[in-house]
Write a protein that binds this ligand. Structure first.
Ligand code: SF4
Length: 141
């Protein structure tokens, strides 16, 4: 079973209410080979929502609100939900395909915390949790 960022599977769950659908990933989810999760929404954040970026150990919105707790909770809930779905079909989570640059799902590169579009090296909050659980991660734009 593959975890996929829900916005890549066509869900309109991005901060601005849009999606970044990739047909091949949508098909993986539709065929039951992948499970789509949006950890930001699962952390209780609304859609649309103010954009947020990692600043040091915290995640802060463009309005200056600290949403670190929602991010940490959402990552935990998303992994738990994915495990549940996998278990139901007798599978294990093999890897994750995650939306690039996101403060939650980014792999290797994330926005740098200045809300300028610039990026820095680093992983999203969900990505870090998956790596900690020894789940392989791939980035997709
Ligand atoms: Fe949700 Fe991750 Fe997509 Fe952000 S990048 S909208 S957290 S699935």
């Amino acid at each position: 079973m593959i975890i996929v960022s829900a916005c890549l599977a066509g869900e309109k769950c991005r901060y601005d209410g849009s999606h970044k659908e990739r047909q091949d990933l949508l098909e993986l989810v539709a065929s039951g080979q992948a499970v789509a999760v949006c950890p930001e929404q699962l952390g209780g954040l609304p859609t649309p929502r103010p954009p947020a970026e990692q600043q040091g150990e915290k995640v802060i919105t463009v309005e200056g609100k600290d949403v670190s707790h929602a991010y940490a909770t959402g990552a935990e809930v998303a992994l738990r939900e994915a495990h549940k779905v996998a278990l139901k079909s007798g599978k294990i989570i093999e890897k994750a395909i995650l939306k690039s640059n996101s403060p939650m799902c980014g792999v290797g590169k994330i926005y740098d915390g200045t809300f300028s579009g610039n990026k820095k090296e680093g992983d999203g909050v969900f990505t870090k949790l998956l790596k900690k659980n020894e789940i392989k991660v791939e980035s997709r734009d």
